[in-house]
Design a protein around this ligand. Sequence first.
Ligand SMILES: NC(=O)c1ccc[n+]([C@@H]2O[C@H](COP(=O)([O-])OP(=O)(O)OC[C@H]3O[C@@H](n4cnc5c(N)ncnc54)[C@H](O)[C@@H]3O)[C@@H](O)[C@H]2O)c1
Ligand SMILES: [Zn+2]
Length: 382
Amino acid sequence: MTAPLKPSDVTVVDVALGDRAYDIVIGRHVLASLGERIAALRPAVRTAIVTDRTVAKHWLEKAEASLSAAGIASSRVIVDEGEGSKSYAGLEQVSEALIEARIERNDLVIALGGGVVGDLAGFAAAILRRGVDFVQVPTSLLAQVDSSVGGKTGINSPRGKNLLGAFHQPLLVIADTAVLDTLSPRQFRAGYAEVAKYGVLGDEPFFAWLENNHADVFRGGSAREHAIATSCRAKAAIVARDERETGERALLNLGHTFGHALEAATGFSDRLFHGEGVAVGMVLAAELSVALGMMAQADADRVARHLAAVGLPTRLQDIAGFAQEGLADADALMALMAQDKKVRRGRLTFILLEALGRAVIARDVEPATVRDFLEAKLAGKK
Ligand SMILES: NC(=O)c1ccc[n+]([C@@H]2O[C@H](COP(=O)([O-])OP(=O)(O)OC[C@H]3O[C@@H](n4cnc5c(N)ncnc54)[C@H](O)[C@@H]3O)[C@@H](O)[C@H]2O)c1
Ligand SMILES: [Zn+2]
């Protein structure tokens, strides 16, 4: 592992996907270089910035100033903030605005925002005129370390999350770590669960580094750049080997089978952010691994201890109102897990752990075992 960077440093992570390869540029204030970097790739291009209202308030003018300084024309498309915009209505609004802005085959869509804007603008770009290129400017921690990398784009159906979408890789990703200073502490923490995930699933030394340096990551010191760059490198490496998730990419779902069920049980509301569900889910996956005799208890304890240390929920009982509302029901959670798109023909696929830093895909986990495990957890047993 490389030493943490000096604050002025810019790190470039290469996503090695042949003719669809691209750079992730990471550093404090790299947003100012947006125009220049786009001009270098596509001189005289026309652009449209898709963003949400909250992000627009803080960062849209900075992005526009950078583009205009480089002589790049831009128009703006502003959607409501929140998951609700990742919908047919949101897609219609963005697509029509892009057509209105005369974004053509060789032009560019710029997604300035969190995962919602990235997924929505990326999908709109994928289908506009059968595909125009797009640039990701992720503004949430979750988007910088996860959703902006790897080319998954899409919207939700009323019947389920991310059911409509396309693989569409960006042309460039600009992750300005200073932009995260305006993110709410709770949103930052939720994104941090995905950072820790990269350590838990495949990089114990990185996890150990996080145990020692998390305060500086939260504070916005040079550790933040290092944590984001290491996360992007981990995701980029997996995506480069398995772009379409036929195998190894599934490891990135560590904590997500449980996490998605918990998000669904709480109605995908503010009661449980995605990353918070992943934090609880990761601890459950670690505990299940212990229950199956695959991993030592000490490793599971270490995962839980670190997530709790940064203020993330780690137990079902930590979820607001969970027990009172009758959601704490093993059968209901099993039913929700069975609906997850990662489930194939009734068999539960879990990402489990052999050790902290060594995740494996377990395809045939016995549903009865998981049910008993959840029952015990809900009863508050260790
Ligand atoms: N494509 C993928 O591979 C992938 C991976 C993981 C998650 N996702 C998707 O990402 C979405 C979640 O992303 P998210 O957590 O970024 O949510 P989000 O985009 O809704 O952003 C969270 C909130 O933070 C605000 N915000 C964002 N950046 C800000 C900033 N710099 N300052 C102040 N406020 C800011 C937003 O306005 C929003 O209210 C989900 O829809 C999920 O399905 C996609
Ligand atoms: Zn996730």
